[in-house]
Design a binder for this molecule. Sequence first.
Ligand SMILES: NC(=O)c1ccc[n+]([C@@H]2O[C@H](COP(=O)([O-])OP(=O)(O)OC[C@H]3O[C@@H](n4cnc5c(N)ncnc54)[C@H](O)[C@@H]3O)[C@@H](O)[C@H]2O)c1
Length: 313
Amino acid sequence: MTKEKFLVTGCAGFIGSHVVRRLLKDGIDTVGVDDFSTGKLANIKDVEGKFRLVEGDLCQAKVAEEAVQGVSHIIHLASIPSVPRSVAKPVESMHSSITASVTLFVAAAAAGVKRIVQAASSAAYGDSRATVKTEDLLPEPLSPYAVAKLTQEYYGRAFSLCYPIDIGSVRYFNVFGPRQDPNSEYSAVIPKFISLMLAGKPPVIFGDGSQSRDFTYVEDIVNGNLIAARHSKPLRGEVFNIASGISISLNQLVEKLNSVLGTKFQAIHSDPRPGDILHSRADISKAKKELAFAAKIDFGEGLRLTADSLRAS
Ligand SMILES: NC(=O)c1ccc[n+]([C@@H]2O[C@H](COP(=O)([O-])OP(=O)(O)OC[C@H]3O[C@@H](n4cnc5c(N)ncnc54)[C@H](O)[C@@H]3O)[C@@H](O)[C@H]2O)c1
């Protein structure tokens, strides 16, 4: 068996920084690439020097070619992952997902990379009426971000068919955990709420709070990626939901956070945001059956670990 060498794209981002740490902990030869557009050096500061870091934009062929040298597997996370930011900057969103991915796939196929597992998004399901999202539902992307992430999946399939490389897409739902940025105007809901509540302020919910999400702790996402990357059979452009499979409303989230943080906040409600979807829960039976994936981290435990890390930062 040839030795594994993993490239993590978007290595200085939230999820990428966890994948890199896990690979290094497992003693895997690791390379990372990032242009620091949304990622931060601080996210990988303590592992700096322990892996080869390529700094640059994957939309540039030179950067992609340098990053894939000698690599056997790629966990492809680089992208600018925000629905509202994609509405404000659709061209940037398109390049960060589509141009960067296609440029990476070309370089990887030419360099003999065996497999790419790429981050896809539940945003592809849009407001599909199905309460539980199965991978065979007709996609209904509602935002430039969703269109770009879905297009990435289609490119993954096309490259698996037309080039000597195997690509699979793993659709995440709402990932949370340490090192997720709480301070940007585009921040995800969990770090934003925790950081407001730790500062003694009530969380702000867009809409009535009945909207629900499938929140997944980042360690489960890392596992899902590595299981897919090492799967014994080709993925051939297949799409898998990688999530907890459990639905939590934003009102329930605030209740749960009050219990984790020992607070008693009532959320403030404001107008719903354009492009936001109402309900999102994954059916994870395909990943369970074909990849033997299961989410393992309890939601409350994940919130506690996230809150501890935000308190310490
Ligand atoms: N966080 C979630 O809940 C979630 C849900 C569904 C899908 N995803 C997907 O997971 C992936 C990682 O998300 P995240 O939450 O860690 O986001 P993040 O913003 O923390 O990380 C993305 C990283 O990619 C880098 N990057 C962006 N464009 C690049 C480019 N052209 N070249 C090189 N690097 C580039 C950024 O600097 C950043 O470090 C994304 O592809 C996202 O679409 C995330």
